[in-house]
Design a binder for this molecule. Structure first.
Ligand code: GLN
Length: 193
């Protein structure tokens, strides 16, 4: 499998690196435009602060090449702030970022006080998995080809659209490797086409 590029300009990218290493999958960090010259089988957008990440993506001139690569079918997995980067619409009138996924997201949907919690829920195609939420967004709407893969208390927290996968929670902070394996399956299918 070609290596997975992990956006490493801000946020919780280390945990994703550790999971991919545990799964024996090659990865590299994307910190500058030059890093995009490497062959990339898939892209991982970690949690962090989406406003800062969006700003850095633009300043570092990573924004357009990554957006184009996703639009051409590069498999992408966004967790938490990564989901916000992929959403086409943000609530409260905030400007969207990569906007490649037909979902709308509400940032900090659980409030800032009670922002972090842990639960277990069904994930379509996987089964029940642990989910850790940290000042997480929710998916308010999906349209087009996007579909909901998981819900917690009636709120959508994971979605997929073709080669794009997004979770409001942090699978890299739990002891389950299942969502990463699900993404890697998407990557290897895309490589076989
Ligand atoms: N609250 C953050 C944001 O809006 C996301 C939190 C996270 O990635 N853990 O960007």
């Amino acid at each position: 499998m070609s290596a997975i590029g992990i956006l490493a300009v801000q946020g919780a990218f280390l945990e994703h690196e550790q999971i991919l290493s545990r799964l024996g999958v090659p990865w590299f960090e994307i910190r500058q435009k030059r890093d995009l010259e490497r062959p990339m089988g898939g892209l991982l957008l970690p949690g962090g602060e989406s406003t800062v990440m969006g700003k850095l993506l633009r300043e570092l001139e990573l924004f357009s090449p990554l957006r184009e690569a996703i639009q051409k079918g590069l498999p992408v997995f966004g967790t938490c702030a990564g989901l916000i980067l992929l959403a086409s619409r943000l609530q409260n009138g905030e400007p969207a970022h990569l906007a490649t996924m037909e979902i709308s997201a509400r940032r900090n949907a659980y409030g800032r006080q009670l922002g972090s919690f842990h639960t277990e829920e069904e994930f379509r195609g996987i089964g029940k998995i642990p989910m850790t939420f940290i000042r997480a967004p929710i998916i308010e709407q999906v349209w087009g080809d996007a579909e909901i893969l998981a819900e917690v208390d009636g709120k959508a927290v994971a979605a997929r659209q073709g080669n794009q996968l997004a979770t409001a929670f942090h699978p890299e902070l739990t002891d389950s490797l299942a969502v990463h394996e699900y993404f890697l399956e998407m990557v290897s299918k895309a490589e076989r086409i």
